[in-house]
Design a protein around this ligand. Structure first.
Ligand code: FPP
Length: 240
């Protein structure tokens, strides 16, 4: 099947897993796995541009990842800063906007500054949206939304009876972002790991045994081909 015949998902979200395993299999330090993983990020952004996937969301650092050894957290933050420095011109060239979901204020100040700079620079770009989930956890996001709604109710700005799915979704980090159509996970695990629990309710799930640093255009194309064959019913009977 050529790329032209594919039904392209509007929003692809990826759980990038297996950097550590990739490194271990090669007798390398984990940091090398993360470094190679950052290169995969570049390839996948290119692939989205090539195939016309408008929204790409990457699970780059979970709230649970703070529990990793300090040196590994530092490596990941350094790679993120480097990525933003090296790749902001690619984002501009492809007219892609950068966005962040998660507890951005927990990130090191230098990373926050760089993120804000690239988000500002790319804010008017309309060809695609790259969203990085950073210090992100879905349960924390849901609690935050519940608190925001409760605060509005207690201030008298909102009636309990007016809370519906639309209003709830508007309090999530992802407000304004369409739900993912396809969630990809690398390195073989078949779970969501606290990623987009609300938003991925009707997403198709695609898992590959390839570790994230090995993931590239061909894997992405395989996922798109598989997605094209899926019948999405959203709980109904016909393809929506
Ligand atoms: C999972 O591998 C991956 C991560 C925890 C972080 C993903 C980070 C990158 C791809 C690099 C930097 C990010 C950007 C956006 C440039 P793991 O360490 O959990 O692998 P393992 O399960 O095999 O140990």
């Amino acid at each position: 099947m050529s790329a032209e015949n594919l039904r392209i998902p509007r929003h692809v979200a990826i759980i990038m897993d297996g950097n550590g395993r990739w490194a271990r299999e090669r007798g390398l330090p984990r940091s090398e796995g993360h470094r190679a993983g950052a290169e995969s990020v570049r390839r996948v952004v290119e692939a989205c541009n090539e195939f016309g996937v408008h929204y790409l969301t990457l699970y780059a650092f979970s709230t649970e990842n703070w529990q990793r050894p300090k040196s590994e957290v530092q490596t990941l933050m350094r790679l993120l800063r480097q990525f933003l420095e090296d790749r902001s011109s690619d984002l501009q060239r492809h007219c892609i906007r950068l966005d962040v979901i998660g507890e951005m204020n927990r990130l090191p100040a230098a990373v926050q500054r760089r993120l804000r700079k690239v988000m500002d620079e790319t804010s008017a770009n309309t060809n695609g949206v790259l969203t990085l989930a950073l210090s992100y956890g879905s349960r924390a996001e849901l609690v935050r939304a519940a608190r925001a709604l409760a605060a509005k109710v207690s201030a008298g700005d909102l009636k309990v009876g007016d809370i519906d799915e639309r209003r709830f979704a508007a309090e999530l980090y992802t407000a304004g972002l369409p739900d993912p159509d396809l969630v990809i996970r690398t390195a073989g695990e078949q779970r969501l790991s606290n990623f987009l629990l609300w938003q991925a309710s009707y997403a198709e799930f695609w898992v590959t045994s390839a570790c994230w640093p090995d993931f590239g255009r061909e894997h992405f194309l395989d996922a798109l081909r598989d997605f094209s064959r899926r019948q999405r019913r959203f709980g109904g009977v016909a393809d929506a």
